[in-house]
Structure formats: structure tokens, C-alpha cells
Design a protein around this ligand. Structure first.
Ligand code: UDH
Ligand code: NGS
Length: 351
């Protein structure tokens, strides 16, 4: 009763009308997007991607320290600049990339020369027939990681032969082989055609949960394509990776393996955390569909079976033939025979 009486008072209605007019005036003057932006600012800085810096800015200012006893690098790298200028107009030559990255050692290994890195990250890239993409990625990723003052190494896991491509299995191989070299803090599972656009997107793992990094790709208009999407670029600690039994080895061809991995994360009692959309910006190098990576017709069946299969198909059942492990100037090349998709059993035809 009391409330009805208050609402009925003319002065209350007047205040309400005034507030409404004020709301529309503010919306009109500033634009609604600006107002919602100011809410999103609370989730971090509101990056302006129309103002970009060169990826090699200031990198040469950091030269080797003169003493043997290095201090730890600062918790936040002073080299970060935010949005970066990324273009795919010219394909950089390996020689040019090498010249621009004088502190990268054979195998694509880097340790900051002026301070002791706080973090060790391995980048694992599944690969076949994407040399153009690889050159773009190396040109941008080396300085990107150096800006973050990480100790890192870039691994290319190259599928030998012409059998159907198997992204997930190649990544399992990458994890096993890279952990033979070093006790990595973090394993990055990185498509060859995705270039990070903001160096505040730190290539370190979340201590508790698997993390998705390519949350805002240009081809999806800088949004997530669907809520459980886990493709493109993601990262896990070795412990998290083993807890989900790695990736499935049984997805041959395009699609579904990243969804299976997202399911595994939940089956193992974990969840996916993500880089905020305003930082997880990535540009994709455009390309045609790959020969040997046609759509996997079995992917939906495999996804249905995933709750029963994840504990038996993964790191604990991984088999492959290591063909070579070569230390190239800008990356470690692991060439591997991952086998072939099982042949379909012939169905009896009636005579
Ligand atoms: N990859 C290769 N070579 C191949 C295929 C894939 O190196 O022949 C690697 C590469 O790192 C690539 C990743 O696997 O970035 C993922 O490949 P993808 O083809 O699944 O994804 P991408 O984003 O292309 O490169 C999407 C093609 C859309 C196909 C649509 C089918 N309906
Ligand atoms: C889903 C696929 C994922 C794929 C995603 C984005 O439909 O593997 O699209 O694809 N899942 C299935 O097919 C079950 S993309 O636009 O990058 O080609 O990653």
C-alpha cells in the first residue's frame, strides 16, 4: 500500500521522468557503445587496435648483461607495447628473420640475455605443407615472446608422408618430445596460421586450469565462435596435460579434436579459462583447404564416444615413429610418422 502511494506521488514521477531524459541525453551525447565500453574497461584496459606498434620496437635496447649473475627479470616486462602491427603482404625470408633475432639460438631457443627468466614456455606447432604460414609466424612470434622476457623454445611437429593429417596426435608427440629436453612450465598448442596481436597476451599458463588464448580471432569478428571453443591457441602445464590424458590420437582429418579436448578438460574435473576478448586478438593468415586434411566424417561419432574413450586414448596409448629431430636456426623440427587412419572394415555386399 505504502509503495503504491509513493509511486502515485507526482514529485516521484517527475524525478523518474527527469532521470529517463537524462539517460537518453547521455546516451545520445556519448553513444551507447562508449557507455558499455566503460563497463568493459573494468575488465582491463580498453585497447585501441587502430594504434599499433612495430613488433621489433625497442628489442635491440636489451643487450647481454656484463656479469654472470643475472637478476630475475621484473614480474612485468618493461618491453610490452600492446597492439602490434601485423601484415601478411610480404613473406619474410628465414635469413631476414634470423637477422632480426640475433639472440635466438639454434633450435629456436631463447633465454633473455640481460635477466633471468621467471618462466619456461614450449611452443608446439602441428605442421605439414604450411611453409608460408610458418615464416609469418616465426617473424612475429620470436619478438613477441622476447618482449615478454620468457625462456622459450619453438617446436615444429611435422607430419611425414601423405596420410590424413592428425593435429591432436602431433601435439601429443610434441609434448612427449619437448619434455625430454626440459622441464617446461607451460606447453603452448599453437596453430601455425595464428598471429597474436597484443603482447600483453602473456604466453604463460594458468596454474590451475587449461587456458584458451585465441579467444578473439579476426575470422570470427573478434568473438568466440561458440562458448566451448578450444581451438587455435591454448596452453596447459604438463600436469594439466597428463591429467586429461593428453589429446585423442584417433581424430584423422579436419574438425572435432579441439571439441574433444574441451570435453576432456571437464571429464578430468577441470574447466577452461580464457584470455579476455580485448587481449586475445589474433590475425589468421588466410589459406585454402589443405589436401590430406579433409573433413573428418567420423568426428561426431567420436565425440559421442568421448566420455568412454578419453582414459584409454591419449598420452597413455601414444605410438609413433620419430624420423628426425633437427635443430634449425629458428625452431626445432621434429619429423614424425604418426601412422594412418584405420581402414574402414568392408561391408559385405549382397550378390
Ligand atoms: N595443419 C597443417 N597442415 C595441414 C593441416 C593443418 O600444418 O595440412 C596445422 C596448422 O598448424 C593449422 C592447424 O593444423 O593451423 C589446424 O588446421 P585446420 O585446417 O584445422 O585449421 P585452420 O584454422 O583452417 O588452419 C580451417 C580450414 C577450414 C576448413 C573448413 C572445413 N569445413
Ligand atoms: C567446429 C569444429 C571445430 C572447429 C570449429 C572452428 O564446428 O573442430 O568449428 O572451425 N567442430 C566440429 O566439427 C565437431 S574453423 O572455423 O576454424 O574452421 O575448430
Amino acid at each position: 500500500m505504502n509503495r503504491i502511494r509513493t509511486i502515485g506521488k507526482p514529485c516521484f514521477l517527475l524525478i523518474l521522468a527527469f532521470l529517463q531524459v537524462l539517460f537518453f541525453v547521455v546516451m545520445y551525447r556519448r553513444g551507447s557503445s562508449k557507455i558499455f565500453e566503460s563497463f568493459s574497461k573494468r575488465n582491463g584496459k580498453n585497447w585501441d587496435y587502430s594504434k599499433v606498434k612495430d613488433i621489433y620496437t625497442n628489442l635491440t635496447l636489451f643487450t647481454p648483461a656484463l656479469t654472470d649473475e643475472l637478476q630475475y627479470c621484473p614480474p612485468k616486462s618493461p618491453l610490452l607495447v600492446g597492439p602490434l602491427s601485423i601484415t601478411f603482404q610480404n613473406i619474410p625470408s628465414l635469413k631476414r628473420i634470423l637477422k632480426k633475432n640475433p639472440y635466438v639460438k639454434r633450435g629456436g631457443l631463447y633465454t633473455p640475455p640481460h635477466c633471468q627468466a621467471r618462466y619456461k614456455t614450449a611452443i608446439l606447432i602441428p605442421h605439414r605443407n604450411r611453409e608460408r604460414h610458418l615464416r609469418h609466424l616465426l617473424y612475429y612470434l620470436h619478438p613477441f615472446l622476447q618482449r615478454q622476457q620468457l625462456h622459450y623454445r619453438i617446436y615444429l611437429i611435422h607430419q611425414a608422408g601423405n596420410e590424413t593429417f592428425n593435429r591432436a596426435k602431433l601435439l601429443n608427440v610434441g609434448v612427449r618430445e619437448s619434455l625430454k629436453d626440459e622441464d617446461w612450465d607451460c606447453l603452448f598448442l599453437h596453430d601455425v596460421d595464428l598471429i597474436p596481436e597484443n603482447d600483453h597476451n602473456l604466453y604463460v599458463c594458468d596454474e590451475t586450469y587449461p587456458k584458451h588464448f585465441s579467444s578473439a580471432m579476426d575470422k570470427f569478428n573478434y568473438r568466440l565462435p561458440y562458448w566451448s571453443y578450444f581451438g587455435g591457441v591454448s596452453a596447459m602445464t604438463p600436469e594439466q596435460y597428463m591429467k586429461i590424458n593428453g589429446f585423442p590420437n584417433s581424430y584423422w582429418g579436419w574438425g572435432g579434436e579441439d571439441d574433444d579436448i574441451a570435453y576432456r578438460v571437464r571429464y578430468a574435473g577441470l574447466k577452461i579459462v580464457r584470455v579476455p576478448l580485448n587481449i586475445g586478438h589474433y590475425k589468421m593468415v588466410t589459406h585454402n583447404t589443405d589436401k590430406g586434411n579433409e573433413e573428418n566424417q567420423k568426428r561426431f561419432d567420436l565425440l559421442v564416444k568421448s566420455p568412454r574413450k578419453w582414459k584409454e586414448d591419449g598420452m597413455n596409448s601414444l605410438e609413433y615413429k620419430l624420423i628426425s629431430k633437427r635443430l634449425m636456426y629458428l625452431f626445432t623440427n621434429i619429423t614424425v610418422d604418426v601412422g594412418a587412419a584405420p581402414k574402414d572394415k568392408k561391408t559385405k555386399t549382397r550378390s
